[in-house]
Write a protein that binds this ligand. Sequence first.
Ligand SMILES: *Cc1c(COP(=O)(O)O)cnc(C)c1O
Length: 458
Amino acid sequence: MSASFDPQIALLKSALRYAEEYLTAIDEQPVFPGVDALRALDQFDEPLPDAASNASDTLAMLHRIGSPGTVAQVGGRYFGFVDGGALPVGVAARVLADVWDQNTAHYVMSPVAARLEQVCEGWLTDLLGLPEETAAGFVTGTTLANLSGLAAGRNELLRRRGWDVVEDGLYGAPPVPVFVGQDAHAAVRKSLALLGMGDAHTHVVPVDDQGRLDMDSFPPLNEPALVVAQAGNVNSGAFDPFDEICAHTHGAGGWVHIDGAFGLWAAAVPSLAPLVPGISDADSWAVDAHKTLNVPYDCGIVMCRDRGALESAFRASAAYFQWSDERDPMRYTPSMSKRARSVELWAILKSLGREGVVQLIEQLCAHARDFAHQLDVEGFQIHNEVVFNQVIVSCGTDEETKRTLAAIQELGECWCGGSTWHERSVIRVSVCSWSTTQEDIRRSVQAFSKARQLARTH
Ligand SMILES: *Cc1c(COP(=O)(O)O)cnc(C)c1O
């Protein structure tokens, strides 16, 4: 007799019931867990049980203690980091994909995942207006997507000089000059370090008041360089001048990689075209689907104009590998085994369509402008041009800003993080979820004002 999946089906039904309870109550749950919910997490601290226990009790415990210990990121009033919500069709598709439990290293492990990757590769290339031949690899996030694009670029620049990094390593290789904007994301620095191109060899180009790479400060290039541009400054949301950066870099035979974790999606939106001239002239791009596009975590994508360069960076062989004439997903990523994250990405692109994607992104931008406007009316200071989904806010003094932020986080009505901007303490607002409504913005602005009042009186 074969194994019965009845217990699994029963557990999935329980999970769905818990999911229903969770989503129905999300509006009342504090956006960050309260003291009691955090204390309850101590119940997880027990020695590894010796004996097995009932699976449905385990799931019940996870819901009872775990659900209140979550950050309500899928609700409408979470504006922390640049995190993104999760569109319903993506979550549902993911549940189905989880039941399939596909490993997607090779085509023969999952024809459906390989085909959906191929479809998404074509759709994304089209949607973002990238060169038709662009290849895509599906990874955990933009950190890995940056690593992948930069690996492809570094190796290709060295290959043109007769050096094969996969064969010969980096010892003794001719140095590849690297240029990044002063506001490059920490993930870019991390990737460069992992790739053996550390801080000491990275030239930092100054930025303007919005955090855009300043072309007047970009030194002339007289050899092929690896240049990293940014679509979406992590504080201000600003976009680098891609057309000028690409012309400058390509003039000397270099490679341009764009970190577009949340901002690359602007390239899909006709009304945002003025932000991204020349974005398709780059050589590689990194983007997160789990941020602006609201695909459930985790889903990052590396896109590379030169398919061969991307494949070459990740080449590997073993006697037991099963290459096929179809797409073998592991050709395009550092990982071999990985889950089928193309499933929920496909479901979201299929159900939104081009117009739905445009509408989603325009809605996030409109809410950000509205948020900034209402805060301005309440007497808060706005520090950036709100060109995308990011708003930088402060009160009168750094001290008041810090105390206000602490009070916002404690009130639990909404959640934002802090940062430093031009040497001032600021509050970062990132409007990132499909589920944010005008009412959520209004309630959040009220929470800001109340928090500032608390900060002033205590
Ligand atoms: C979020 C972000 C990253 C890192 O992406 P992960 O998905 O967290 O790995 C890199 N660059 C920018 C601009 C980001 O916003």
